[in-house]
Ligand binder design. Structure first.
Ligand code: FCB
Length: 455
C-alpha cells in the first residue's frame, strides 16, 4: 500500500514540477481583433460589397449582409470585451462608410466611431485603430483602387478627416494598413479578393502605391497629433516558409521569391526607404522612397501558420502546402505551428531591432472549439519566451471576438471566442472564451512545455 502511495505521489509531484507558471508583464495588452467589413454589416458602398455580389466569388455564395450587426450592437459587444477582461480592442474604421462618395463625408459614421471609442474608454479598454483593413470605397475601386496613382492622396485625405474628427479622444495606437501584401496578392495575383485579377504583373503598382500611402499617413497622423503621444504602425502578416524538399534548389528558389514579396516587401521598403521589389518574369522596381524611413513606431505582426513551398514548372510556379498530421491542421487547412510565432518575431527584429512588436492577430478556425484553448496557450508560451529574452512584445490580440464574414470563405470558418448564431445574431461564448478570460485575469497560466499538443 505504502509503495503505491509513494508511486502516486511521485507522478503527481513530477507532473506538477513540469508545469510552469507563465507570467506576463503587468502592462501586457490582452487584446482581441476584429475588422469592420467582417462584423459591422451593410458596407454597401465598398468594393467588397460589389465583389460579394458577383456570382461564384464567395464560398457558398455567402454575402456579408448584416455581418454580425456589430454596427447596431456596440453596447452588447463591448460587454463581451469587458467579460473577457480585454485591455486593448483592435478594430478597423470603414473608409467606405466614412467617405461613401469621393469628397463626401458621412458625419453619422464618424459620430458612430466616436461613440464606439468613448464606450471602450468608459470601460477602460484601449481602442486600437486600423485605418485600412482590406475593403475600399467603391468609388476609389472604380478609379483603379490601389493601382491608381491618386490612391495615396485619397487615403491621406481620409486619414486627415478621421484624425481631425477622432484624434482628441486619446487613441494611442493607429495602424495604417492591415496585411498589405496579402491583400494585394489576393486581389491581383490569386484573384480571391477584389478586384479579382490574376496577373502577377499587376501587383507592382498597388504595392508601390500602398507603400507611399503608408508613408503619407504616418507623417499626416504625427503632424496632426502634434504633442499627443500616438504610436503609428503597420500590420504585416508573416508566415513561416520552408522549402518542401530541402534537397531541391528550385524549392529554395521559390521559397525565397515568395518570402521576399509576401513577408518582407513592404517592411523592407520602410526599412531601406527604397522600393526595390521584383518578381522574375513579371516586374522589377527600383524606386527611392526616402520619406518612408523611420515610419514605424511599432510593428504589428499577424501570425497564422507555416507553409511548405514547392516549385512548379507551370504557372503560378509556386505552390504552398500545409504538411502536418491531421491534428495540426485547422479548418482553414492551415498548419497549426505555434513555435512559428517565435520565429517570425525574431526575423522581424533583425530588420527592426529597436521597434516594439504587437501581435495583432493570431487565431484558429475551430467550430467545435476543441483546439482553440491549447492553440492560444501554446502561442502565448512562445511569446513569453520572446519576453524573457527582452524582446518588447507589447500585447497579443486573439483573432477574433465573434464568428464573422471570413472574406472569400464566407461565414463557414469559425474563428470566434463567441459563436454567432446566424439566424438570431446571438453571441454564445465558447469554452475557450472562459479560458482566455482566466489567462487575462491571472495575467498568465500554468503550462507544461513537455506536453505540447501541436508539435
Ligand atoms: C487575416 C485577416 C483577418 C482574418 C484572418 C483570419 O489574414 O487580417 O481579416 O481574415 O486572417
Amino acid at each position: 500500500m505504502k509503495k503505491y502511495t509513494c508511486l502516486l505521489l511521485f507522478f503527481i509531484c513530477s507532473s506538477a514540477m513540469a508545469t510552469q507558471m507563465i507570467n506576463f508583464p503587468e502592462n501586457f495588452q490582452w487584446c482581441v481583433s476584429t475588422s469592420s467589413h467582417q462584423i459591422e454589416g451593410n458596407n454597401i458602398d465598398s468594393d467588397w460589397w460589389e465583389y460579394e455580389h458577383r456570382p461564384g466569388t464567395i464560398k457558398n455564395n455567402d454575402k456579408s449582409n448584416d455581418g454580425g450587426d456589430h454596427w447596431n450592437r456596440l453596447e452588447q459587444d463591448t460587454q463581451l470585451l469587458v467579460d473577457l477582461g480585454i485591455k486593448s480592442y483592435r478594430f478597423s474604421l470603414e473608409w467606405a462608410k466614412i467617405e461613401p462618395r469621393e469628397g463626401e463625408w458621412n458625419q453619422a459614421a464618424l459620430d458612430h466611431y466616436k461613440q464606439e471609442i468613448l464606450l471602450l474608454k468608459k470601460n477602460k479598454i484601449q481602442p486600437f485603430i486600423t485605418l485600412h483593413h482590406f475593403s475600399l470605397p467603391l468609388w476609389l475601386a472604380n478609379k483603379g483602387g490601389w493601382s491608381s496613382p491618386s490612391a495615396p492622396a485619397s487615403f491621406q485625405k481620409y486619414v486627415t478627416k478621421v484624425y481631425e474628427s477622432l484624434g482628441d479622444l486619446g487613441v494611442e495606437y493607429w495602424v495604417t494598413f492591415n496585411e498589405p501584401t496579402w491583400n494585394l496578392i489576393s486581389g491581383y495575383v490569386t484573384g480571391e479578393f477584389p478586384p479579382g485579377k490574376k496577373d502577377l504583373k499587376l501587383l507592382e503598382a498597388p504595392l508601390r502605391e500602398v507603400a507611399l500611402a503608408h508613408g503619407l499617413a504616418y507623417k499626416t497622423l504625427h503632424e496632426l497629433a502634434g504633442d499627443r503621444p500616438i504610436q503609428v504602425g503597420l500590420v504585416q502578416n508573416l508566415n513561416v516558409l520552408v522549402p518542401l524538399r530541402s534537397w531541391n534548389p528550385l524549392d529554395h528558389y521559390a521559397k525565397s521569391i515568395l518570402d521576399k514579396i509576401y513577408n518582407w516587401s513592404i517592411l523592407q521598403t520602410i526599412k531601406d526607404g527604397h522600393f526595390k521589389v521584383s518578381f522574375p518574369t513579371a516586374f522589377s522596381s527600383d524606386i527611392p522612397m526616402p520619406q518612408l524611413k523611420d515610419t514605424l513606431d511599432f510593428l504589428g505582426i499577424n501570425y497564422y501558420n507555416r507553409q511548405f513551398i514547392k516549385f512548379l514548372f507551370t504557372p503560378p510556379f509556386i505552390a504552398s502546402l500545409a504538411v502536418a498530421p491531421e491534428e495540426n491542421i485547422s479548418e482553414m487547412g492551415w498548419e497549426i505551428y505555434p513555435k512559428g510565432i517565435y520565429t517570425v518575431v525574431k526575423q522581424a527584429r533583425k530588420l527592426f531591432p529597436q521597434t516594439p512588436v504587437f501581435i495583432t492577430e493570431s487565431g484558429i478556425a475551430d467550430k467545435s472549439d476543441s483546439k482553440r484553448s491549447d492553440f492560444i496557450k501554446e502561442h502565448l508560451f512562445h511569446i513569453h519566451q520572446l519576453l524573457t529574452e527582452g524582446i518588447p512584445v507589447l500585447g497579443y490580440c486573439y483573432w477574433t471576438l465573434v464568428d464573422n464574414f471570413e472574406w472569400a470563405h464566407g461565414f463557414e470558418p469559425k474563428f470566434g471566442l463567441y459563436e454567432l448564431d446566424l439566424k438570431t445574431l446571438k453571441r454564445i461564448p465558447r469554452p475557450s472564451a472562459k479560458v482566455y478570460a482566466d489567462i487575462i485575469k491571472n495575467n498568465g497560466f500554468g503550462f507544461d512545455p513537455t506536453k505540447t499538443r501541436f508539435k
